[in-house]
Write a protein that binds this ligand. Structure first.
Ligand code: GAF
Length: 424
């Protein structure tokens, strides 16, 4: 595949225009990393459990060109606004441009939140012994931000892929795709300050076109599960802003760790429901923490069962697992919000009416707002989309935005006019 097959041409144009305008000349390499939608398996990744996401055809794209010196100039094309105002000159550089000295310590850049993902990744790569090379980079993305579709993971993985690519094209160049994902997670944990698991980064690095991937977050084994050809993956943005996400997220993680410690297991992956519900074993465990654990234990089982159902195209069973997952996120893990619950109900009802219950819907991602994912027969998309537009309103009265995505390949790099090389 060539660049234009993988990434929206308008996105390529945006990155190219910004590159040409600010740096002059043209890029000699391109890198992409996709966002993701999770079909099932929520808050299981940091419990060493199972997840079933797919990479989506929304990307972070980097146009880049090596430099002879030890400077990395990073331009956020989407923030550039009026590009006429941008000049790559040091101290007066505008917020869309970050100039990094690769021989100096890599620290936070006050007032430029977006660069945390870049700088955090560079720091993680360097700590892992990956050589950092000077370059000019223009970054553009069409993964919606703050929607729970992993725009930040896509940025981190793209930066990792860019640094790999500067050493030469080819899957044999270290670090491999799994290691890039691990380093991206480290960047998020240590530099950005969110204690996220590995799911988002790993699927961005290792997604497979036309497939969801069942990831064992302990072994990091990635098993592609084909999406049936007549099935659509629909994402609906609830328009509910995700507030206080990091603190609530980190709190959930800590509750899971407390539950694992109570039962003396390395992670909730190792706990079964009968042990959790044994009154003698559970004595002294706070009821709230027990419910958090029950979500994770049952979600791990559902995720594996759902992957098996999807593999044989059983949309009805898939729909049941998705419904149970949503209920568990709502009642046990308490990460949904009323508008999201209502949106899921609208989708389920529409799938019942227009697709005879072949399919399902649930909140996707970390929670507290963001997006809902639905799986349904492609033939029912128009009617279900219609139902959402008519029946759903956010608390601010907005309609949900609906799009049908394609399951995309993971990160890759290419030279203009050349062949694409997967992250390997
Ligand atoms: C966020 C995190 F980044 C992931 O690691 C995962 O825990 C997810 O929330 C919940 O499943 O996307």
């Amino acid at each position: 595949a060539t660049a234009s097959d993988l990434v929206d041409p308008a996105l390529q144009r945006r990155a190219l225009d910004a590159f040409v305008h600010v740096f002059g000349g043209v890029p000699s390499l391109w890198v992409q990393a996709p966002g993701r939608v999770n079909l099932i398996g929520e808050h299981t990744d940091y419990n060493d459990g199972f997840v079933l996401p797919c990479a989506i055809d929304r990307h972070t794209l980097i146009a880049l060109r090596p430099r002879a010196d030890r400077t990395l100039r990073v331009l956020a094309a989407d923030l550039a606004g009026d590009q006429a105002d941008i000049s790559p000159g040091g101290a007066t550089a505008p917020p869309a441009l970050d100039i990094i000295d690769l021989d100096a310590e890599i620290t936070h850049h006050a007032g430029r939140g977006w660069t945390d993902y870049v700088r955090g990744m560079l720091q993680a790569l360097r700590a892992d012994g990956v050589p950092l090379a000077g370059a000019d980079m223009a970054i553009a993305g069409n993964v919606p931000q703050g929607a729970g579709l992993s725009s930040s993971a896509a940025l981190e993985v793209a930066v990792g892929q860019a640094m790999k690519t500067l050493q030469g094209l080819g899957p044999q160049v270290a670090p491999d795709a799994t290691r890039v994902a691990q380093l991206a997670q480290l960047a998020e944990n240590r530099f950005v300050g969110c204690r996220c698991g590995i799911m988002d980064q790993l699927v961005s690095a290792r997604g497979a076109a036309g497939h969801a991937v069942l990831i064992d977050c302990r072994s990091l084994a990635v098993q592609p599960v084909p999406l049936p050809p007549d099935v659509a993956v629909m994402i609906v943005h609830s328009r509910v802003r995700r507030g206080l996400v990091d603190s609530a997220y980190n709190e959930r993680r800590q509750q899971c760790e407390a539950a694992a410690a109570h039962f003396g297991v390395p992670a909730l992956r190792d706990l079964d429901l009968s042990t959790l519900e044994d009154p003698r074993r559970a004595a002294g465990l706070a009821p709230l923490v027990a419910r958090r654990a029950r979500h994770v234990v049952t979600e791990n089982a559902r995720t594996q069962a759902a992957a098996a159902a999807l593999a044989v195209g059983d949309l009805r069973a898939m729909g049941r697992w998705m419904a149970e997952s949503h209920q568990s996120m709502r009642d046990d893990f308490e990460i949904t919000v009323p508008a999201i619950d209502q949106l899921v109900a609208v989708l389920r009802q529409a799938i019942a009416v227009h697709a005879q219950g072949q399919g399902g819907a649930r909140m996707t991602g970390g929670g507290f707002g963001g997006c809902v994912v639905a799986l349904l027969p492609a033939a029912a998309v128009a009617a279900v989309r219609d139902a959402v537009q008519r029946q759903y309103r956010s608390p601010e009265g907005e309609t949900g935005s609906v799009w049908v995505c394609q399951a995309a390949a993971g990160a890759s790099a290419w030279a203009p006019g050349g062949l694409s090389v997967p992250a390997g």
